[in-house]
Design a protein around this ligand. Sequence first.
Ligand code: PLP
Length: 359
Amino acid sequence: RAYNFNAGPSALPIEVLQKAQEEMVNYNNSGMSIMEMSHRSKDYEAVHNDAIARLRALYSIPDNYEVLFLQGGGSLQFTMVPMNFLGKEQTASYILTGSWSEKAIKEAKLFGQVQEAASTKENSYRNIPALEEIQFSETDAYVHITSNNTIYGTQWKEFPQTGAVPLIADMSSDILSKPVDVSNFGIIYAGAQKNLGPSGVTVVIIRKDLLEKANTNIPTMLKYSTHADSNSLYNTPPTFGIYMLGEVLKWVEEKGGLEAVEKNNEEKAKLIYDVIDNSNDFYRGHATPESRSLMNITFRVANEELEKQFLAEAKEAGFVGLNGHRSVGGCRASTYNAVPFETCKALAEFMIEFQNKHQ
Ligand code: PLP
């Protein structure tokens, strides 16, 4: 297996891939792949409902929330959220912490008025704003955050308390990486292709009372209520992706659940952050230490030439996906749930070796 540090789609657990491989052409002795079955069949329905139940159990999702499996990625959620919950005369507060928040804001502006409740743009998105800096209004339709900033490598450690105003979080790049109190949120959404499974499924966890408050004069497929009313089977769902998601959820259970996964993620990220911190500025982390992400570790190498060389030598040594996002450059190691501890250790050792050789 490659040392896979891709930012997304990213590494999947080897055990899940192998199980899928075993079941690929003959699921549950049906003589068919799960991909070849009707989404109304008993076998598929069991997979679908099992995945929902497992996600509910892992997060202790309260009964007043629906779990939806949609399509269109995190990006369509940037549109669906304001389309459903923002009116022309209304305001929504967005906290600007990186490129994905920018994209979410751009869509919201098509539907209503957007207030920036806080922004770290001036600090090149190196940090998450302090909770006391956040200014939203009691009349806002909602407050929106990006829980983990995939490109800049920052992550919320503590979430804002927004009282009666629903808090909506794009958790595309840190869902399933740690325990989260779902009851603090109106909506959590995430594209699957980092911690949940293959691309093609989008998970939405939505509080039921919001479904009733949503705008009605919008396209059927873009209403959350359409999918909530039909158990995400209004149209053909991405059946294979949902099957894979179910298998990933079983894998997380086998690892000991979200607490255990978080502990493992902390240990993995520490290996690499420690190298950065002990490098005497040979490696420079982008994020301020208190805002560092456990999922995406962003850093620069001493100078441009050495950085190029670092990425080239890393590639040669079998490390995949270490280039920073094309919009910001630099280096990024994405250490999602499925990236093994040994893979992170190998990178940490490679970084030390590279420094010793080139300093
Ligand atoms: N939000 C975050 C935090 C992301 O990291 C990404 C993709 O990397 C997206 C949204 C966009 O997701 P998608 O490509 O599924 O539309």
